[in-house]
Design a protein around this ligand. Structure first.
Ligand code: SF4
Length: 265
């Protein structure tokens, strides 16, 4: 399993290309022959793309058959989540249990921190959206069917399928403590059986946005500094997408956090 920053970079580079993402999506369904992949993903540079996936430890090629490695399967598991049908209340929702906690990869932004994957049973499905008001900083994403909760630097993504990812975690024990707190908060609401009342939106100020910017003052965004970019972003006078340095793999976690914070602006 990839662990060092260099190995993490190989994974990021491998998944940064649309053809390679397409190949990975095909392999999630089943192992494929070289020819099958060529028909769908095209012949152009196919060997190079497969080599990139192999180097990243995501896929294996043996005797003309291409398959996902165990790491590749785990990696794709965290990507493929489907929105669930919305529920009107918490009636009939069963209490949550955390059944699995695994350390996946060091975070791209900070190699001393980890990305953790966990699993909760039963899956909350459409009831998940109703739980958004329970957390001071949380938003439900219809697109991925997940509740995204911010706790300091840590982002917790709870999918309606029961999968959970946590970023910027210091240790597995820290992850377990966070998940225990999450479980207690959710189960308390389920036990009451009433849908939490909508809460007031938390306001995010420019100093918090600034914390997650690259702080290079490169001016690519058209502003004189990252600080002035943060002020204008909070004021609705510019867009996060204008800071293109954030697309670099080393800022992936910061970008994820900024996208979550943007929901509160
Ligand atoms: S593009 Fe990003 S890193 Fe560069 S000055 Fe603007 S906010 Fe800072």
């Amino acid at each position: 399993m990839p662990g060092s920053p260099a190995e993490v970079k190989l994974v990021s580079n491998a998944m940064a290309n649309a053809t390679r993402r397409k190949i990975m999506a095909m392999l999630v369904e089943k192992d494929r022959t070289h020819e099958e992949i060529e028909k769908t993903a095209g012949a152009s540079m196919l060997d190079y793309h497969l080599q990139m996936l192999q180097q990243a430890g995501l896929a294996d090629v043996k005797e003309g058959m291409v398959s996902l490695t165990e790491f590749g399967k785990n990696f794709m598991e965290t990507k493929a989540e489907k929105p669930a049908e919305a529920k009107a209340d918490l009636k009939g929702t069963k209490p949550l249990q955390v059944t699995e906690v695994r350390q996946l990869l060091p975070c791209i932004a900070d190699a001393s921190k980890f990305r953790i994957i966990a699993r909760a049973e039963p899956a909350l499905g459409g009831a998940l959206k109703l739980l958004e008001p329970l957390f001071p900083r949380a938003r439900y994403s219809e697109r991925i069917g997940a509740l995204i909760i911010q706790k300091g630097n840590i982002l917790i993504t709870l999918y309606s399928t029961g999968n959970i990812t946590l970023t910027m975690i210091g240790s597995e024990d820290e992850a377990r403590a966070i998940l225990e707190g999450l479980k207690e908060t959710i189960n308390e609401a389920i036990a009451k059986g009433v849908t939490p009342v909508p809460r007031e939106r938390v306001k995010v100020d420019h100093t918090e946005v600034y914390k997650y910017l690259p702080k290079t003052d490169c001016k690519i965004c058209g502003e004189q500094s990252c600080y002035s970019f943060a002020i204008r972003l909070v004021g609705g006078e510019t867009a996060l997408e204008k800071c293109t340095p954030l697309l670099e793999p080393r800022f992936a976690t910061s970008l994820e956090t900024l996208r979550a914070l943007r929901e509160y602006l």
